[in-house]
Write a protein that binds this ligand. Structure first.
Ligand SMILES: CC(C)(COP(=O)(O)OP(=O)(O)OC[C@H]1O[C@@H](n2cnc3c(N)ncnc32)[C@H](O)[C@@H]1OP(=O)(O)O)[C@@H](O)C(=O)NCCC(=O)NCCS
Length: 331
């Protein structure tokens, strides 16, 4: 038995923040950001009090509706995020409460940019084991409250945006459709190339004024190193996933990569021999929404009629951890 994505949805906050808006807060420019990353604007939450689980609610409603299911059909929640509403409990529990699903199990997946693919793989295993039939997987992030909007933080701050994507996963309704392969990897040797060092349970105390003064409560990134790894690992794992699915790049109709940098994705697609018109991108409008990039890409592709029956979709992600992966579905 195969699992399949039965419905996809997304939601982004209404507040648009352009590159020019950021240039008022830090020494940067629209030209620098667009040239290096392809980002033109991103969305930020409109006010205090909106968390990743809040952004997830409308995304889930869209996914459930498109799947032809109702909320009460959901029997498991997997919530991928690096920006949970609070440190604990997990955002999956908070989301379950907001959706009115008391008693439904909820598991947070902390795999950053690869979180959606890791969640998809967990959902697939649950479906194949017969444990659950309508598994909600969510990727949602609020980055805007966690980046440093000044000169010190500009390398990271210009990259990220807020948003949510959701998918409902269950047994495949068609015999030949569904998830054909999902390949995952991790290598903690690169952990400090993109991480958030504080507060940390291995520090006594976990958070000090000095740590805050040094900005350790903001993400730290070695951009060049991440770029190098991403452009090597995303093509490599994509080939692994296509092989596992018994396909080649020529069979792929749509390529939905994680959205960290337009230049990374163009390079990856070129290495795979995929033409530009098959690449899905939303980075120019939303920036990097981490665990949400792939489900947002799937949801917008669905709305554009690109996920017709029989289409082969390749997804791949690389990010903090390092973690990376790829999956192939037949719609
Ligand atoms: C972040 C990234 C766009 C930076 O591009 P880059 O070409 O490597 O740029 P550099 O780091 O060499 O920085 C070039 C200069 O721009 C400056 N700079 C950094 N951020 C800037 C900003 N927002 N605006 C203007 N200048 C900036 C740097 O300080 C540096 O100045 P210097 O040459 O005087 O030292 C690129 O490295 C990248 O995309 N890496 C991958 C990041 C990623 O994918 N992260 C998420 C993983 S999921």
């Amino acid at each position: 038995m195969r699992s399949a994505i039965l419905g996809v949805g997304h939601y982004v906050p209404t507040k648009v923040v352009t590159n020019d808006d950021l240039a008022k807060l830090m020494p940067t420019s629209d030209e620098w950001i667009q040239q290096r990353t392809g980002i033109k604007e991103r969305r930020f939450i409109e006010r205090d009090g909106i968390g990743a689980s809040d952004l997830a609610v409308p995304a889930v409603q869209m996914a459930i509706e498109r799947a032809g299911r109702s909320m009460k059909d959901i029997d498991m929640i997997l919530f991928a995020t690096l920006s949970p509403d609070v440190n604990f409990p997990g955002s999956g529990c908070l989301l379950g409460d907001k959706l009115g699903l008391p008693g439904v199990p909820a598991l947070d997946v902390r795999n950053q940019c690869s979180g959606f693919l890791y969640s998809l793989s967990v959902a697939d295993a649950f479906v194949k084991a017969g444990a659950y039939k309508n598994i909600l997987i969510v990727g949602a992030e609020v980055h805007s409250t966690g980046v440093e909007l000044n000169e010190r933080g500009r390398d990271v701050a210009v990259l990220f945006g807020d948003g949510a994507g959701a998918a409902l996963v269950g047994p495949s309704p068609s015999e030949d459709g569904g998830l054909l392969s999902c390949v995952l990897h991790a290598d903690g040797a690169g952990a400090k190339d993109l991480w958030l060092p504080a507060p940390a349970s291995n520090r006594i105390p976990r958070l000090t004024h000095e740590m805050i003064d040094r900005g350790e409560h903001y993400p730290q990134m070695n951009g060049k190193q991440v770029f190098r790894w991403a452009t090597e690992k995303m093509p490599e794992v994509s080939v692994e996933a296509m092989k596992a699915a018994g396909l080649t790049a020529a069979d792929i109709d749509l390529f939905v990569p994680h959205q960290a940098n337009m230049r990374i994705n163009e390079l990856v697609a070129r290495r795979l021999g995929l033409p530009a018109e098959k690449i899905v991108h939303n980075i120019e409008r939303y920036g990097n929404t981490t665990a949400a990039t792939i489900p947002i890409g799937l949801s917008e592709s669905f709305a554009e009629g690109k996920l017709g029956a029989g289409k082969h979709v390749l997804m791949t992600a690389f990010g903090s951890g390092y973690t990376w992966g790829a999956a192939v579905i037949r719609c």
